[in-house]
Design a protein around this ligand. Structure first.
Ligand SMILES: Cc1cc2nc3c(=O)[nH]c(=O)nc-3n(C[C@H](O)[C@H](O)[C@H](O)COP(=O)(O)OP(=O)(O)OC[C@H]3O[C@@H](n4cnc5c(N)ncnc54)[C@H](O)[C@@H]3O)c2cc1C
Length: 380
């Protein structure tokens, strides 16, 4: 396989690089996990949209460029190479949108996608509950039919909603048939967070940012038009979201190859300080990010040939999350005592990387999926 850019891809890369160079904010963007930082990032992401760089692989009618997934990977490489941060719109554009493309009606697509691309609506993921994390099928938040108004009334509590404190909308799973078997009887709903009956309560975290939220729903009306996929088939819709999230869309290789380049540069500045294991850690991080890039090219090649992402997405998720921890840890070690200061970019990156084996489904759960559904091993 020829892994070099085609002429069209090289032209796309050059255009993206030139645009980012001229248009990226002069000062590094603040964390999107504070109210102020979220607003600043939203303005930046709106600028991406205005020049059609927000969602390059989407159709033009929704604000994209009809770019291929290979070109999307190229854009991501250039984006992170330019030192730009994770997108505050990510849970919408990278998690919900692929599911909208697969399951939504044309009316829903036309209504949801352009506003999502333009960061007018910013989406949060409402799946986890106090008693349903790894075991997502244990959710107890429910939706009761309201025939008179043509919709549903939602009640319950969602937790660990990333950037829920600042987002405008929520996509969530709710139980619509309490008598059905655990994985049946759930429905996927879409709702604005300012709907009457919704209370969003920010959750403080150790690094001081307060974007996490708990979301309480008290008899919240959602019309039929905002059900995604079929009623009582929400599990299948949710599994499509997790497949693309874990297998491709949430963590593109560009983010890690840029970090590995930063790590190599730090190593060149600081040297291994007499500790050969540090050099090994830097080399390992570089090789792993490159392997991840190549593996992603393979995934995208398969998708271009018409394949769907299946349970092997769990292998991907375990790999990038553990690779990120090791990479960030190498950075902290290279910094020595300077790395202990929590205001450094490396320390922030390290602390966030520790959450990687937990969010998007814990790595223990991914290993169960790999054992049972990829390797075909018995459940016990
Ligand atoms: C940074 C971050 C962002 C997040 N963002 C969101 C979000 O936006 N929306 C959302 O809905 N959720 C979000 N989450 C929640 C996340 O999905 C859950 O934390 C995760 O699914 C684990 O659930 P839990 O916290 O309830 O842990 P539990 O399910 O209670 O698990 C506790 C421990 O037991 C292990 N365990 C549980 N069951 C098994 C098993 N069968 N076999 C082996 N080990 C097992 C787990 O691996 C884990 O180590 C986020 C979490 C983090 C850390």
């Amino acid at each position: 396989m020829d892994l070099t850019d085609t002429d069209d891809e090289a032209a796309f890369r050059a255009e993206a690089r030139a645009w980012l160079e001229v248009n990226k904010p002069r000062d590094p963007l603040p964390s999107g996990n504070t109210a102020e930082g979220f607003a600043v990032n939203r303005v930046w992401e709106r600028r991406l949209f205005d020049s059609r760089w927000a969602v390059v692989s989407w159709p033009e009618q929704y604000g994209g460029r009809d770019a291929t997934l290979f070109e999307w990977l190229i854009f991501e490489e250039e984006y992170y190479r330019a030192g730009l941060p994770q997108r505050v719109a990510q849970n919408g554009i990278f998690l919900l949108a692929p599911t909208v493309f697969e399951f939504a009606s044309p009316e829903q697509r036309d209504r949801i996608l352009p506003r999502m691309a333009a960061v007018e609506d910013v989406w949060a993921q409402g799946w986890s509950e106090p008693n349903a994390g790894s075991d997502l099928a244990a959710i107890s938040s429910r939706a009761v039919r309201d025939d008179e108004r043509g919709g549903w009334r939602l009640s319950g509590q969602k937790t660990w909603t990333s950037r829920g404190a600042f987002c405008t909308h929520l996509f969530g799973l709710f139980r619509t048939d309490p008598d059905a078997e655990r994985h049946r009887g759930m429905t996927y709903f879409l709702l604005p967070l300012d709907t009457s009956g919704v209370t969003v309560r920010p959750v403080d975290v150790l690094d001081g940012d307060a974007a996490f939220a708990e979301v309480f729903l008290d008899d919240v009306f959602v019309p039929d038009a905002d059900v995604l996929g079929e009623v009582n088939r929400g599990w299948e819709v949710a599994m499509a979201t997790t497949g693309s999230e874990r297998g491709l869309s949430l963590r593109s290789p560009g983010r890690f190859t840029a970090e590995a380049a930063r790590l190599v540069s730090l190593y060149r500045d600081r040297g291994d300080q007499g500790d050969a294991t540090l050099r090994d850690a830097v080399i390992r991080a570089w090789i792993d990010t490159e392997a991840y890039r190549l593996n992603t090219l393979q995934t995208v090649t398969r998708l271009a040939d018409g394949a769907r992402i299946g349970p092997e997405s769990s292998l991907n998720k375990v790999f990038w999350s553990e690779m990120d921890v090791a990479l960030q840890e190498a950075g902290i070690r290279l910094l020595g005592a300077d790395g202990e200061r929590t205001d450094t970019t490396w320390m922030k990156g390290f602390l966030f990387s520790l959450a990687g084996p937990i969010y998007a489904g814990t790595n223990e759960i991914q290993r169960n999926v790999i054992a049972e559904r990829v390797l075909g091993l018995p459940r016990k």
